[in-house]
Write a protein that binds this ligand. Structure first.
Ligand code: ZN
Length: 103
């Protein structure tokens, strides 16, 4: 199984930390959905002290802003064209997150 490099980095980050559970923020635009992420995580933590810790995933919705009319919108199919003026080249405001949430 191919494991996302960012997930490996998170794993290394928590490996030596006394955390009770692991919480990951995952942007909607990351090419990984929740079940894929869980499968990859299980693969990574197999036979490690992290195996018994629970994993929480918080999905962060995608938001883009049109650079022509400044409309902010949620890209439904990861499209980039503005629903209002149809221009392309929107700025991504959120949805590319992929990090460990520290409490
Ligand atoms: Zn627009």
């Amino acid at each position: 199984m191919q494991i996302h490099p960012r997930l490996v980095a998170i794993y290394q980050q928590v490996l030596h930390k006394p955390v009770k559970n692991i919480s990951i923020a995952l942007g909607e635009l990351i090419s990984l959905d929740e079940s894929n992420l869980r499968a990859q995580w299980h693969e990574l933590v197999k036979n490690t002290p992290l195996e018994k810790k629970s994993l929480t995933i918080r999905i962060i919705p995608a938001e883009q802003q049109c650079m022509v009319c400044f409309l902010k919108y949620h890209p439904k199919q990861k499209e980039t064209a503005c629903p209002q003026c149809k221009s392309v080249g929107a700025k991504i405001i959120s949805g590319e997150e992929f990090y460990l949430e520290e409490k």
